[in-house]
Design a protein around this ligand. Structure first.
Ligand code: CO
Length: 478
């Protein structure tokens, strides 16, 4: 049976390559043509795009969704939902999660890819139930990583449970782009052999340079769907190119049957879009970096750490920090390095090195993680670390229930707050405000100025070098 593709151009690919800055009007330009291809789905919403649209582009993410829905008439639109974190980085109570899903569905999301950074399946119960309730397709995702606990059996067992929880399809979510051909084959074959009778998808990034090979092995092992991005937005820390995967499978039993000429027409349009955003192009993230296999550090996490170090004038500490990351990672119970855990592990490694004493500085988010407020870590957290952070009675600090069980309902309170400010124009605004209160208020008041509008493009590169009296200085333009 033919393989289907799930195109990521309008979500993950520009999040990975253009700092999530693709404006809605450029998406609308290509959407009607993309709708003709016959993709399994197109991912267009969620992840970091909700926040970034508002914060940097002064766009209402709900309006983007509605406008895309008008153009994707045949292709299911997918969003990436970070479990109880929705499209942010903290846990929300059940009432907020359920209402968010209702409105996402109402405004145009058909398929919900739901994951929990820790693969703590308790964190997926409420969002899965909500998607089912409102008639959406649930794609259950497992964050992929490699550690002594993340074995093939681990993935097969967790997928089995996701199937029992009512998922409609399943996905291996390799956000760091580290999956090897052998691992891809083993997990896919394992899932199929276990008789889990749901479409299985592989989501990866080209970061390691092995991804196309991993995709082929996954195909041979029986994967049903692959995540790709149109070529101008592909490769590097993004997905493998849609057109190339289509071509590679032509004339095989896995032929997608997609119209290659149509894809070339979409490509032509997207090349122009890509060139418009040249001020955001970063050469380093357009190339594979097999270094990711050594440190298992996803591209986004690396660039966060680099900008953190740059702002502290401590780039020379990078080698020591790269050694510290895997140590912290192990002590923290091997959490998959996806948002927000990648930031938690990364910041702690930076703090451990720069402060000169391990765990002398610990951020609030990190303490929350260590307490179990994000969910159950894949392996137990190092007790010495817990004692160092919380003192001798650290056991009293740790929770064992589902984190959201400790949260009070929040929606009505937020609705009243926003109403009293006179800022509710539509019911979605309450959710926007609940999830990102500060940005939302500024946005509703019209105080956010877009970094750029479409007619400002192309802009000059954000960073350039100047020479003054023989010295070279890097200047940032923001
Ligand atoms: Co991704």
């Amino acid at each position: 049976m033919g393989i289907k593709l799930h195109d990521q151009t309008l979500r993950d690919a520009h999040q990975s390559l253009l700092a999530t800055r693709l404006r809605t009007e450029d998406m609308l330009e290509v959407a009607p043509l993309m709708d003709e291809v016959g993709f399994f789905s197109v991912e267009v919403w969620g992840g970091a795009t909700f926040d970034a649209a508002m914060r940097y582009l002064a766009e209402d993410p709900w309006e983007r969704l509605q406008k895309l829905k008008e153009r994707f008439k045949k292709t299911p639109m997918q969003m990436l939902l970070r479990g109880m974190n929705l499209v942010a980085y903290r846990n929300f109570p059940d009432d907020v999660v359920t209402e968010f899903v209702r409105l996402a569905k109402k405004n145009g999301v058909d398929n919900f890819r739901i994951f929990d950074a820790l693969n703590d399946l308790r964190n997926l119960e409420v969002p899965i139930k909500a998607v089912k309730k409102y008639g959406g397709h649930v794609q259950g995702a497992l964050s992929y990583t490699e550690s002594p606990v993340h074995t093939v059996e681990y993935y097969v067992e967790h997928f089995k449970k996701l199937a029992e929880m009512g998922c409609d399809s399943l996905v291996i979510k390799d956000m760091a782009g580290i999956i090897s051909p052998q691992r891809a084959r083993d997990i896919v074959a394992g899932v199929k052999k276990a008789g889990i009778d749901l479409p299985l998808e592989l989501h990866s990034h080209c970061t390691s340079g092995m991804t196309e090979m991993a995709y082929m092995e996954a195909v041979h092992a029986g994967v049903d769907i692959l995540d790709t991005a149109m070529s101008p937005f592909s490769n590097g820390v993004s997905q493998p190119p849609t057109e190339s995967v289509v071509a590679a499978l032509q004339g095989t039993p896995w032929d997608t049957g997609y119209d290659f000429e149509l894809l070339m027409r979409i490509r032509e349009k997207l090349v122009l879009v890509w060139n418009k955003y040249r001020h955001l192009h970063e050469e380093t993230i357009l190339r594979p970096d097999p270094g990711v296999l050594e440190y298992k550090i996803p591209g986004g996490m690396m660039s966060n750490m680099l900008s953190q170090l740059k702002s502290m004038n401590a780039l020379d500490k990078l080698p020591a920090i790269l050694k510290e990351v895997p140590v912290v990672w192990k002590e923290f119970g091997y959490p998959p390095l996806v948002t927000p855990l990648s930031q938690i592990v990364g910041s702690q490694a930076v703090a451990n090195v720069l402060s000169g004493e391990r765990y002398k500085l610990v951020q609030k988010e990190t303490k929350d993680y260590l307490r179990g407020m994000y969910g159950k870590p894949p392996a137990p957290i190092d007790e010495e670390v817990l004692e160092k952070v919380f003192g001798p009675s650290w056991k009293d600090e740790i929770i064992t229930v589902r984190p959201a069980d400790l949260l009070e309902p929040e929606l009505e309170k937020r609705r009243e707050e926003l109403k009293s400010m006179g800022l509710i124009k539509k019911e979605e605004d309450v959710l926007t405000y609940t999830i990102f209160p500060d940005v939302a208020v500024r946005f509703f008041k019209g105080e956010i100025r877009p970094e750029f509008t479409s007619k400002d493009l192309p802009l000059k590169k954000k960073q350039f070098e100047v020479e003054v009296e023989g010295n070279t200085y890097k200047v940032r333009l923001d």
